[in-house]
Design a protein around this ligand. Structure first.
Ligand code: AMP
Ligand code: ZN
Length: 136
């Protein structure tokens, strides 16, 4: 993808404050940080979202995310870390090249609102699980 921001970072055409790099992934700081140390872990090839990740890339990106999360914890002294990963516009994705946010969190920082949740019946849970098993 010629004009994809993250592909351009991988190619070295745009600057990035890099944290970690391996064969399949690149990790760098978010330019719009929720807290200092807010990092992004991306796959190097242009893969738009989670549906298109192959097993090699999905394993590599989570291994890299684990390393980056430990580093963010150690370097920032944060109280916690939230991983955030968005797919498609409805999922909140704004850069359409797969990435995982590693977000340092602090007690009572109130960064992420929680969603209103209902409590489905066991029958509804079982019916949905059956639908998912049918397509997995
Ligand atoms: P998302 O909304 O989950 O797709 O996240 C995309 C993230 O990429 C946003 O948090 C942006 O701040 C971040 N971002 C966009 N351009 C750059 C860039 N050139 N360097 C680092 N982070 C970027
Ligand atoms: Zn890309």
């Amino acid at each position: 993808m010629d004009d994809c921001i993250f592909c351009r970072i991988v190619r070295g055409e745009l600057p990035a404050s890099k944290i970690h790099e391996d064969e399949h992934t690149l990790s760098f700081l978010n330019i719009m940080a929720a807290h200092p140390g807010h990092a992004l872990v991306i796959v190097k090839p242009h893969v738009a979202n989670i549906y298109d990740l192959d097993e090699t890339l999905s394993a590599a990106v989570f291994q890299a995310t684990t390393r980056v999360a430990r580093a963010v914890k150690a370097a920032t002294g944060c109280d916690g870390i939230t991983l955030f990963q968005a797919n498609e516009v409805a999922g909140g994705q704004t850069v359409f090249h797969f990435h995982i946010h590693v977000l340092p969190r602090f007690n009572d920082d109130k960064l992420l609102p929680f969603w209103p949740a209902s409590s489905p019946s066991r029958a509804a849970l079982d019916a949905m699980a059956e639908r998912l098993r049918a397509v997995i």
